[in-house]
Design a protein around this ligand. Sequence first.
Ligand SMILES: N[C@@H](CCC(=O)N[C@@H](CS)C(=O)NCC(=O)O)C(=O)O
Length: 228
Amino acid sequence: MTDTLTLHHLEYSQSFRVLWMLEELQASYELVVYDRDARTMAAPDEYKTLSPLGTAPVVTYGGLTLAESSAIMEFILDKTPGQNLRPGPDSTDRTRYLFWWHAAQGSMMPLQLMKTVTTISQKRLPFFMKPFVKLYTKGLDELFIQPRLDRILAVAEADLATAPWFGGQHVSAADFLIAFNMIVGAERGMITEADHPRCMEWVARMKALPSFARATEKDGRESMALTY
Ligand SMILES: N[C@@H](CCC(=O)N[C@@H](CS)C(=O)NCC(=O)O)C(=O)O
């Protein structure tokens, strides 16, 4: 990299995956850590003005400001000669890698977000609305969200039976991307030892990487997920 890359890291957020991948790459970068707003738990105003989306992660590089986890991770990999976190077009791991690289954000994360929103709705609404909202969100979960999450986690279990990483034989950018989904999913009870033993083994494998300890130390928080 010719300019300095700055990662704007919001605590308890998806920017942890970028921090972790930067540590895995042993990249040179600057880190700015932001606390969430103590009242709303959203990103603080100074974070929201960084990019038009107002979401974490954001990186800045020279005159560039870039949001979106996967765009940022691709950008970093493009700027890192010799990195081996993306199986090449001729690799037998290529299609598996592509599937998980896209499924993490395209299929899995929206379902996890829906589950989180329904959980928060049940907890934070005025008491007289709770029974109705509970009924509605239960139906939504049973009919739409959970069956889809079950199917993607079943594919994850099947794939992890054939190779140790989501990227196949080697740890890949897809593993660092989906790590947030999996670890937060486990912290929130969406992924369990009983139903998803291989995913949980993979979580343990990921957390055993030295880059996890380095990223956790820089993050300075005890968990990746926000508690509701
Ligand atoms: N698809 C986006 C999602 C970004 C996103 O929703 N980030 C959350 C943190 S996990 C955020 O910024 N929340 C704070 C807020 O909305 O104020 C990405 O991967 O970058």
